[in-house]
Design a protein around this ligand. Structure first.
Ligand code: TRP
Ligand code: SF4
Length: 342
């Protein structure tokens, strides 16, 4: 991406993805489709948050680099366009860490301790020993990720709102402490741009989520996808082929609502309730539609998968542009704090 044409777009938008595994169709229908639209209208910075992955995976960090690569391939396959946005990996921009250290000096512990995700995840993931400094500081690192680019909008899900709130609070606190003599606030308070929750259910009808083990990977092996959909639960009332069912009680119907034409949906409604069709038959169009969607994504990712140097080039250029921007803010921050190089 050359530096001049990103500056044409109206607002700056930034978001990150923790790289703890390849992305799934829930991420696609929720987050990524949103990014695909934003990239045409705004100056977008999207990054793979590998340090944030480390906060919970530090006991087993060997996989994070591979996951980071998978996530980047997922983005590119889905159509996130490196000619329209700046794509980079967090750890390639050490300025985030430098700002994190500086912000950590002014952030009261109590602000971090009361972040709801901190308490929830610490109890949920008990086996992971999350009584670490890094985990407590997770949302402050996120604040540094954000504030260093002075973006207007942060597209995130509902679960991230408290982190954006903390980010705003830290920005205000910083400006109050060090920015009194400046004509405009040095750190800008960003707004959360709430991503509509994805309509994509998981294989079991609950929200599609890695922690529920009910996902379909964005570029998952077709044979595996077929197997997963074939063994998906259906309306429990349909024990025998001759038992009528109720689509509203079946996760497969939710997939039809996303993937099927009105005609096919009608065929399901009538056929299920009259036991005119069997569940295997009913799943067939879903399998086809999912495979077709994934084929497009997999094909688009393929050249990058085959030639890792293409990905390296994109990420190197992304990090260059990101660092240029990050460095500028960091220099202002240091000057405001009176940190000078002797
Ligand atoms: N915490 C975010 C999540 O779990 C990931 C993230 C890290 C992020 N840094 C960010 C999101 C900065 C937006 C902006 O989804
Ligand atoms: Fe579900 Fe289709 Fe079987 Fe009805 S026929 S229970 S909608 S899979």
């Amino acid at each position: 991406m050359n530096d001049s044409n990103i500056s044409d777009k109206r607002h700056r938008v930034l978001s990150g993805t923790r790289t703890t595994g390849a992305l799934h169709l829930g991420n696609y229908h929720g987050v990524l489709k949103n990014w695909l639209e934003l990239q045409h209208r705004h100056q977008c910075f999207f990054f793979a948050a590998d340090w944030h992955a480390l906060t919970t995976e530090y006991e087993n960090p060997a996989q994070i680099a591979a996951y980071t690569r998978e996530v980047i391939l997922d983005w590119l396959g889905a159509g996130v366009d490196p000619n329209l946005c700046t794509l980079f990996v967090q750890s390639a921009v050490p300025e985030h860490a430098e700002l994190h250290v500086l912000l950590s000096m002014i952030t009261p512990l109590s602000w971090l301790e009361r972040v709801p995700t901190y308490k929830e995840l610490r109890t949920q993931l008990k086996e992971k020993h999350l009584a670490t400094y890094g985990f407590l500081g997770y949302p402050l690192l996120q604040a540094a990720d954000i504030l260093i680019y002075k973006p207007e909008f942060i597209p995130v899900g509902e679960d991230q709102v408290s982190h954006i709130e903390l980010t705003r609070e830290v920005a205000r606190h910083f400006n109050h402490l060090y920015g009194k003599n400046l004509s405009k606030p040095l750190l800008q308070e960003p707004k959360a741009l709430l991503t509509k929750t994805s309509k994509m259910p998981g294989l079991d009808g609950r929200k599609m989520s890695k922690s529920y083990h009910n996902t379909l990977g964005l570029r998952e092996e077709p044979s595996q996808v077929k197997h997963k959909i074939k063994t998906m639960p259906t309306d429990p009332a349909r024990i025998r082929r001759s038992d009528p069912g109720e689509p509203e009680k079946c996760p497969v119907w939710r997939f039809h609502q996303i993937y099927s034409t009105a005609e096919t949906q009608e065929w399901v409604q009538v056929g299920c309730r009259s036991a005119g069709i069997g569940c295997i038959e009913c799943k067939r169009p879903v399998i086809e539609a999912v495979l077709q969607e994934q084929t497009v994504i997999r094909d688009k990712a393929l050249p990058y998968q085959k030639d890792p140097s293409l990905v390296s080039d994109i990420l190197r250029e992304g990090a260059r542009v990101a660092r240029q921007n990050a460095r500028a803010t960091l220099d202002e921050v240091k000057a405001a704090m009176g940190i000078v190089t002797l």
